[in-house]
Write a protein that binds this ligand. Structure first.
Ligand code: ATP
Ligand code: MG
Length: 458
């Protein structure tokens, strides 16, 4: 047992050096990316599948007068400060482009003043763009007349603001049904619809209360319910949870993920909280000084930050909560195939100096794990069926399993954890020593967090 533990820790050392190698590679990649970043970033990260719902090309917002002259002139590429100094105009959004697909959870993240609210409001022309193009479902929103704009704001989309702006003299159900009322939906129809959404956000029983009688978190739920009640295709949310304390905030995030799982809306969500972005986003766009400087999946943003700014931004992220099995899996040294007999399999294992290996069929589907010990037993019994040597109760994970969720597996198995895709194919394996390294890192990050919290409290 002791020997086993010692050899585990030996393996941890080996894995640590592997992780260091990965980190070094990522820094090299980031440096390479930085060197490449001359042009404004184009959104090449959107997946090929699915319908594009929102598409933005070269969108600008400059506050002030004579702003049109700045775009296209030499001043355009100057810093925000220089432009302000020379023209008195404020560049809020600088030539951004991105695409959001049906059902996607797209997060816009950036420090205060980076242009997030201006950008999200421009999508509905609550703020008029200075230049650029906005397409929603392929239609050019900038050419919309008032009637088309109202339809866009009332039917296709819903916006949730940081302070929900609930109607103080109307009770919960009237607040939630308000969007339907302005659409002209009859009372008989709008109340049952509102009631349904109230239940979805967990506010059943509070229908007749006025907003002042609700806690902050509950008022946020009313705001969310109001946005969902009109059944919009696209949900725009500007820091909806930023006023909440951490526990309620986490609860609201989980609620939103549950709702998204059920209703599959397209969501554009603004936050300046990294963990919120990493938890919710399918992709994250990072803004600085009005521009989008990186767009990518949470994994891409964490593992290959494009420059020092993004690296600084993501340095507090706990890798175990972000990285998935896909990032840390390895290719098995050998595989056993279901057409091989126990004798051949044992020969392959012993020559590879291994105690076990995964068994797959011709299509690469995982059948299980075979150990040398079981093969020897089979051979003694004169059996020819290699499948009889499978280990029972083999834990598996998918390529998308978050590393943190692998922690309990590390304790429950003596063998590598196979990574299996939704077709049952073996994609790779994860060694318990790799999981142990992640656990140590996560624990260290937690301890650092606790120390910081203590310092703040003091
Ligand atoms: N009406 C306005 N007139 C002039 N400047 C403005 C106006 N609205 C916003 N700005 C400026 O545009 C820039 C972007 O502001 P914006 O509100 O979009 O930032 P943000 O990323 O949402 O910040 P926060 O996280 O604090 O909400 C800021 O420099 C801000 O001062
Ligand atoms: Mg804002």
């Amino acid at each position: 047992m002791k020997d086993n533990a010692v050899s585990q820790w030996g393996k941890v050392g080996v894995e640590l050096s592997k992780l260091l190698k990965i980190l070094t590679l990522n820094v090299a990649q980031a440096t390479h990316n930085l060197a490449r970043r001359k042009d404004p970033i184009k959104d090449k990260t959107v997946s090929a599948k699915g319908k594009v719902r929102v598409e933005v090309h070269g969108l600008w917002k400059i506050f002030g007068s004579g702003t049109e002259q700045i775009i296209g002139s030499e001043l355009q590429s100057e810093s925000k400060e220089t432009i302000l100094e020379k023209t008195g105009c404020v560049v809020a959004v600088r030539g951004v482009s991105f695409k959001v697909k049906q059902g996607e959870f797209f997060v816009i993240m950036g420090l205060s003043g980076s242009g997030k609210s201006t950008l999200i409001r421009m999508l509905l022309r609550l703020i008029e763009p200075t230049a650029g193009e906005i397409l929603i479902d392929g239609e050019d929103v900038c050419s919309y007349n008032e009637r088309q704009l109202t339809k866009l704001r009332r039917h296709t989309t819903s916006m949730v603001f940081q302070h929900f702006g609930l109607l103080p003299h109307r009770n919960v159900i009237d607040n939630v049904a308000y969007g339907l009322k302005v659409r002209g939906v009859a009372k008989k129809k709008r109340y049952p619809s509102a009631q349904k959404v109230i239940e979805t956000v967990g506010l059943k029983g509070w229908e007749s209360y006025l907003p002042y009688a609700l806690s902050g978190g509950m008022q946020q739920r009313v705001g969310l319910a109001r946005a969902l009640a009109t059944d919009p295709e696209i949900l725009l949310m500007d820091e909806p949870f930023s006023g909440l304390d951490p526990l309620i905030r986490r609860e609201m995030q989980d609620e939103l993920l549950d709702i998204q799982e059920k209703v599959k809306k397209t969501i554009i969500f603004v936050t300046h909280d990294l963990h919120e972005a990493l938890k919710l986003g399918n992709r994250i766009a990072i803004m600085r000084d009005g521009g989008i400087i990186q767009i990518g999946t949470p994994e891409e943003v964490i593992t290959a930050p494009i420059d020092a700014y993004v690296r600084e931004f993501v340095k507090d992220a706990t890798p175990a909560r972000v990285l998935t099995a896909r990032n840390i899996m390895e290719q098995p040294h050998i595989l056993l195939y279901d057409w091989q007999g126990p004798g051949a399999a044992l020969y392959i294992l012993t020559t590879a100096k291994l105690d076990n290996a995964f068994l797959v069929n011709r299509a690469g589907k995982l059948l299980g794990l075979v150990t040398a010990e079981r093969l020897k037993e089979l051979i003694q019994k004169n059996s020819t069926e290699i499948a009889d040597a499978l280990e029972p109760d083999l834990p598996t994970c998918t390529p998308d399993t978050v590393v943190e969720d692998l922690f309990p597996l590390a304790a429950s198995t003596l063998y590598p954890v196979p990574v299996v895709d939704d077709q049952g194919k073996l994609n790779g394996e994860i060694h318990t020593s790799t999981i142990l390294v992640s656990m140590i890192q996560a624990k260290e990050a937690e301890e650092e967090e606790a120390v910081k919290e203590k310092e703040i409290a003091a």
